[in-house]
Design a protein around this ligand. Structure first.
Ligand SMILES: [Mg+2]
Length: 224
């Protein structure tokens, strides 16, 4: 029996690229004078390219965009503060999230989340997906003082759900942080391909649509 399914958030449940696009377009609209010479499409594309899947923190992203466009009427920190305060208003999940959650719970699974990132920023982003109250454990790395792939953060999530690694599955899009990390404590893994990591040869299964996930978890039980 699989007792728990634990998820990564960004690019696994939360459609981060699409959510970032929506946020950046709104931020551009909020500063019509400063960005009067910068087309919205250009601003959005530079924002995503410099973000590079979260590799560069937003203070540097904004500094670069302001420098490139010789904008001096805005401070990077103003834009960072808006990002921290408002990104969650533009966060949306991949298709099928509520149905998948319903089905996993109906099958008797507990749900958990482990996300690498800032707290409470990531917590607010998860809340905005509309399913957070159905998750028994939510771990944000900054709050926990450790990050994936540290095995301890996976053990902590398992402990909070009171399940063993052998009866839990981890779902994520990052081969090292998510798949290797979860496998290092003995969990089975389901890979979510993303534009940044299109494949992972060593995951136990692949899920391209969240609505497939309950069936993939049942498949682990059938193959035991
Ligand atoms: Mg991710």
């Amino acid at each position: 029996m699989i007792h728990a399914v634990i998820f990564d958030m960004d690019e696994t449940l939360l459609d981060r690229q699409s959510s970032l696009r929506a946020f950046a377009a709104a931020q551009h609209r909020a500063h019509p004078d400063a960005f009067s010479e910068v087309p919205v499409a250009h601003f959005v594309e530079r924002f995503l390219a410099l973000d590079n899947n979260g590799a560069l923190w937003k203070a540097e992203v904004y500094q670069q965009i302001l420098d490139e466009n010789r904008i001096t009427s805005l401070e990077p920190q103003t834009l960072v503060d808006e990002y921290i305060a408002d990104f969650h208003r533009h966060c949306h999940p991949f298709a099928g999230l509520p149905e998948m959650v319903d089905e996993l719970l109906a099958d008797g699974r507990q749900l958990g989340l482990i996300t690498n990132g800032r707290y409470p920023f990531q917590w607010h982003n998860f809340q905005s997906l509309g399913v957070a109250d159905r998750f028994g454990a939510v771990l944000v790395s900054e709050h926990e003082g450790m990050r994936k792939p540290n095995p301890e953060i996976f053990r902590r999530a398992l402990s909070r759900l009171d399940v063993t690694a052998e009866t839990a599955v981890f779902v994520g899009d990052n081969p090292e942080a998510d798949m290797r990390g979860a496998q290092s404590v003995g969990m089975r893994t389901i890979y979510r391909p993303s534009p940044f990591w299109p494949e992972c040869a060593f995951a136990d299964a692949v899920c391209t649509d969240l609505r497939q996930l309950p069936g993939l978890v049942r498949g682990f039980e059938a193959s035991r």
